[in-house]
Design a protein around this ligand. Structure first.
Ligand SMILES: Nc1nc2c(c(=O)[nH]1)N[C@H]1C(S)=C(S)[C@@H](COP(=O)(O)O)O[C@H]1N2
Ligand SMILES: [Mo]
Length: 218
């Protein structure tokens, strides 16, 4: 009788132990990239060329904040933990640099539109100006960001974005030239200035940045 009771308690302990183990935080991401996703062959983080205006940026995750401001009702300053609690999406998208290379990758992160919902865009807001820690900027229309479900990615091919790829965030500016894919993003400023031109755009590169259209001009 007593033996059976101990056996039951032991079994219960085992079950509970496994339960807690399996729920104790999400498993860490693997460090090996996936090479294929739903039948699509992917490129690798090794295929990107380093061409950043000030080299690779090193960001301290504990001190990092993602600021949402400008023409918003509720400015935000989000920690990485806060962003990590938001709903997640993933998609396979190709980046095309005007310098002639491209890479197809599996990107995962949060929707820019979910970030905008937190900050509540004022009706006068037309574009988002993205800022990065290296001083780089680029802009995109809010219509595009929302209707195309544009991602702010924190993982590529199933691994955490390496510093060279913009840790903690790179904008997955689908169908736009690579210079719209801002890395090391730390601020999204909403504006009504549709004539704003970012780092590359100021040098004459297309402001709409459609990868299917011309590199230069508006
Ligand atoms: N902050 C920042 N983002 C940047 C750049 C940069 O110099 N600084 N270069 C852009 C250009 S021209 C390209 S083609 C892509 C390349 O990003 P990747 O190396 O992750 O593909 O990053 C874009 N984002
Ligand atoms: Mo580029």
């Amino acid at each position: 009788m007593e033996y059976r009771l101990f056996r039951t308690i032991g079994a219960l302990g085992l079950v509970l132990g496994f339960f807690f183990l399996s729920t104790a935080g999400a498993a860490p991401l693997p460090t090996v990239e996936v090479t294929e996703y739903q039948g699509i062959r992917l490129g690798s983080v090794k295929d990107f060329r380093e061409n950043s205006i000030r080299g690779v940026q090193k960001i301290d995750p504990a001190r990092y904040r993602l600021v949402l401001d400008g023409l918003v009702e509720k400015p935000q300053s989000l920690s990485l933990e806060q962003v990590a609690r938001m709903p997640r999406s993933r998609k396979v998208v190709r980046i095309d640099c005007v310098e002639g290379w491209s890479v197809t990758a599996l990107w995962e992160g949060v929707l820019v539109s979910d970030l905008l919902d937190l900050a509540k865009a004022r009706p006068s807001a037309k574009i988002a100006i993205f800022h990065a820690v290296d001083g780089y900027t680029t802009s995109l229309p809010l219509d595009y960001l929302v209707s195309k479900k544009i991602l702010l990615a924190d993982t590529i091919n199933g691994i955490v974005l390496p510093p060279a790829n913009g840790y903690p965030f790179q904008l997955v500016a689908e169908a736009k030239w690579g210079y719209k894919w801002i890395r090391w993003v730390n601020r999204i400023e909403l504006s009504d200035n549709t004539a704003y031109r970012g780092t590359w755009e100021k040098q004459g590169y297309s402001n709409n940045g459609d990868a299917s259209g011309p590199m230069f001009g508006d």
